[in-house]
Design a protein around this ligand. Structure first.
Ligand code: PLP
Length: 384
């Protein structure tokens, strides 16, 4: 028997070499169940005895992600937001945390809410700015540093290893949200993050048919146990059918991500310097301020997320979205289909985002169709 360890892409394609011992089926079953009978000694047979603990299907998806992240454990939630909220809830009352001043608006809202209710003390830093992050730290008091990289919607890149050194130097944990570059591209724990968070709704699932969130941790311990308990008592564990769809989606993660990266690079290069655009923001372009770090850190490719700032007015930007015929005018990212959104409309009036910024999630379609579609949309929106 060969002692060669299969590559991650192989392990994912085979859902960790799943094989049903009874039937030989190569696809895992779905286990929809709310309760479990105990054994003869009246003990639970597995680490779950009720639906809110999880089940075999969810545990299988977690095992796959733990391998992908090289994590001790992974925990799946019913959405990215419920996973992020569990971390916020698990913070001790009055804890000091350091978070980006602009990032995914839902997570930012939860931190702002916790600060307004005096549950947490929050200091904000400009995304990607390590000097500001270091300046925000209170050694011995700061419990968590949150870094979204690349960061919505300008895609600032944070050097994870440097951020980990800053966080650890003050006795804090570093949590990274690398949703924009799936774990097949950014292995955050390897660079020193303590917790890797992903909205698994995005690249991990890849088909825009579930919401899911995952926390993967380098080392387990009290904080981890608290997260498990929070998930159990809030009932936010990922449901069986969704876990099954996630397992199916992850089989093609490497393939989808590679194609999305290839398409996004071609798309970004085509539109950089376009007369109808003021800027193309994509870490894969050498003109992006985070390009050098992204080259080191996102080894599996820059992914499919980019933003553009149109010329004209806010109305022009919205009209570009309305004129697209191949891109869907929808929110989200990381699916096989390409999406475009006017970020200010989606984030809400008070959110600090450029009024002419469009966020694009480049999918796996023929890139010539995507380029032609965006060209015609720009032309129509800017027509006098
Ligand atoms: N973090 C980032 C970077 C996101 O883009 C999103 C969703 O768009 C989330 C977190 C929240 O995840 P979910 O929509 O799965 O709740």
């Amino acid at each position: 028997m060969s002692n060669r360890k299969p590559a991650l892409a192989t392990r994912l394609a085979q859902a960790l070499r799943y094989l049903d011992a009874d039937t030989g089926a190569v696809i895992p079953p779905i286990q929809p169940v709310a309760t479990y009978a105990r054994d003869e000694a009246y003990q639970p047979r597995k680490p779950y005895w009720y639906r809110r603990d999880g089940n075999e299907t969810t545990a299988h998806a977690e095992a796959i992600i733990a391998q992908l992240e090289d994590a001790a454990e992974a925990l799946l939630f019913s959405s990215g937001m419920s996973a992020a909220s569990a971390v916020i809830d698990a913070m001790a009352a009055g804890a000091h945390v350091v978070v980006p001043e602009v990032m995914y608006h839902g997570v930012l809202d939860r931190f702002q809410n916790a600060a307004a209710k005096k549950r947490l003390e929050v200091t904000y830093y400009p995304a990607g700015d390590l000097a500001a992050m270091a300046g925000a730290m209170r050694p011995g008091q700061t419990r968590l540093v949150w870094a979204e990289t690349p960061n919505n919607p300008y895609w600032e890149v944070t050097d994870i290893a440097a951020a980990a050194a800053i966080a650890h130097g003050a006795g804090a944990l570093l949590l990274t949200d690398c949703t924009g570059t799936a774990p097949c591209a950014t292995r955050a724990l390897e660079f020193g993050a303590d917790i890797s968070f992903h909205s698994a709704t995005k690249y991990l699932n890849g088909h825009s048919d579930i919401t899911a969130g995952v926390l993967s941790m380098r080392e387990t311990g009290d904080f981890w146990d608290d997260l498990i308990l929070t998930r159990k008592l809030q009932g936010t564990v990922l449901q069986s059918f969704d876990a099954w769809l996630l397992i199916r989606g992850m089989r093609t993660l490497f393939l989808r991500y590679e194609r999305a990266t290839e398409n996004a690079l071609t798309f970004a290069r085509h539109f950089e310097g376009h007369q109808a655009l003021e800027a193309v923001l994509y870490p894969g372009l050498p003109s992006h301020p985070g390009h050098e770090i992204a080259m080191r850190q996102t080894r599996g490719g820059f992914g499919g997320m980019l933003s553009v700032i149109t010329t004209g007015t806010e109305r022009t930007a919205i009209d570009v979205v309305r004129a697209c015929e191949v891109f869907y005018p929808a929110t989200s990212l990381g699916g096989v289909e390409s999406l475009v959104e006017h970020r200010k409309t989606v984030s809400g009036e008070g959110f600090p985002v450029h009024p002419r910024l469009l966020r694009l999630s480049i999918g796996i379609e023929d890139v010539a169709d995507l380029i032609a579609d965006f060209e015609q949309a720009l032309e129509r929106a800017l027509a006098p």
